[in-house]
Design a protein around this ligand. Structure first.
Ligand SMILES: Nc1ncnc2c1ncn2[C@@H]1O[C@H](COP(=O)(O)OP(=O)(O)OP(=O)(O)O)[C@@H](O)[C@H]1O
Ligand SMILES: Nc1ccn([C@H]2C[C@H](O)[C@@H](COP(=O)(O)O)O2)c(=O)n1
Length: 235
C-alpha cells in the first residue's frame, strides 16, 4: 500500500525518534525532516557568533540573520549554517549543552516552524520528528506518534551509541537527558507534550525494528484507532 500523508514523531531525548523516523521514512517511501537538527544548527550559529545562549534577544537576532539549510532525505544528512556543513558539529557536546535555551526563544521557534512547514509543504508523504510537531507544526497530520521509553533505558542506549561504559559517564549522560527533558517540557512556548490525538508508543521493551513495524502499521491505517479515541474523548 502506498502511504500518502504526514507522520509526526515526538518524544523526549533518546527515545529513538531519529533512528525510528529515518527507517519509517524509507519503508513508506516518504521524505524525512529532523527538526532537532534545525535547532542544533541555530545553536551553531549562536555559538559561532560568540553569543550567550541564555541571552534571548541576542539569540533571536543572531538566528534571524543566519541561513539554516537542512535536507529532507532519510540517510543523507545535510545541515548547513551560512553555507558551512555543520552535520558533524551539531551532534557534539558543546551544541547539545546549549540547544535547550536557544530552542526556547519564541522568535527562533517562529522562524524554524515557518521553515519546517515550507519544507514539507510539497511532499506527498513525509515523516517529521521533534518535540512539537503533532501539537504545533503539523496539527492536522495524518498520524501522530509520541515515543517514550524509561529514562534508564534511554541513557543506556545513548551510552551504547557513544561507546561509553564508565559508570560515572553513563550517570552524567542520564543527568543530561533529564535536564534536557525538563527544560523542553517546562518552557512556555511549545513545550514537549503528546498531542491529544497522538498514539503513545513505549519502546522500553521493544527493539528498534519492532518500533518501526508498529509505526509503519499505524501510518498505513492513518492511526485510525487513535483518531476515534480522541473523537470519543471530545464528545
Ligand atoms: N527500540 C530501541 N531499542 C534499542 N535501541 C534503540 C531503540 N530505538 C533507538 N535505539 C538506539 O537508541 C539511541 C538513541 O536513539 P535516537 O538518537 O534515535 O533517539 P532520539 O529520540 O532521536 O534522541 P534525541 O532526541 O536526543 O536526538 C541510538 O543509539 C539508537 O540506535
Ligand atoms: N521540534 C523540536 C525539535 C527539537 N527541539 C529542541 C529540543 C532538543 O533538546 C533540541 C535538540 O533536539 P534533538 O536533536 O535532540 O532531537 O532541540 C525543539 O525544541 N523542538
Amino acid at each position: 500500500m502506498q502511504f500518502q500523508g504526514q507522520v509526526t514523531l515526538d518524544g523526549p531525548s533518546g527515545t529513538g525518534k531519529s533512528s525510528v523516523a529515518r527507517a519509517v521514512a524509507v519503508r513508506l517511501g516518504a521524505a524525512y525532516l529532523d527538526t532537532g537538527a534545525m535547532y542544533r544548527a541555530a545553536t551553531v550559529a549562536v555559538l559561532t557568533a560568540g553569543v550567550d545562549p541564555e541571552d534571548a534577544d541576542a539569540v533571536a537576532r543572531t538566528v534571524g540573520s543566519a541561513s539554516i539549510e537542512v535536507g529532507t532525505t532519510a540517510g543523507e544528512e545535510r545541515v548547513l549554517v551560512d553555507g558551512v556543513d555543520v552535520a558533524a558539529r551539531i551532534r557534539g557536546g558543546e551544541v547539545t549543552r546549549a540547544v535547550s535555551p536557544v530552542s526556547a526563544v519564541p522568535a527562533v521557534r517562529r522562524q524554524l516552524v515557518d521553515q519546517q512547514r515550507a519544507l514539507v509543504a510539497g511532499a506527498a508523504a513525509v515523516v517529521v520528528e521533534g518535540r512539537d510537531i503533532g501539537t504545533v507544526v503539523l496539527p492536522d497530520a495524518t498520524c501522530k506518534i509520541y515515543l517514550t521509553a524509561a529514562p534508564e533505558v534511554r541513557a543506556q542506549r545513548r551510552a551504547g551509541q557513544l561507546g561509553l561504559t564508565d559508570e560515572a559517564e553513563v550517570a552524567a549522560l542520564a543527568a543530561d537527558l533529564r535536564r534536557r527533558d525538563e527544560y523542553d517540557s517546562s518552557r512556555a512556548d511549545s513545550p514537549l507534550r503528546p498531542a491529544g490525538d497522538a498514539v503513545v508508543v513505549d519502546s522500553t521493551d521493544l527493539d528498534r525494528d519492532a518500533v518501526v513495524d508498529r509505526v509503519v502499521s499505524l501510518a498505513l491505517t492513518a492511526c485510525a484507532g487513535a483518531r476515534q479515541a480522541a473523537a470519543g474523548r471530545q464528545t
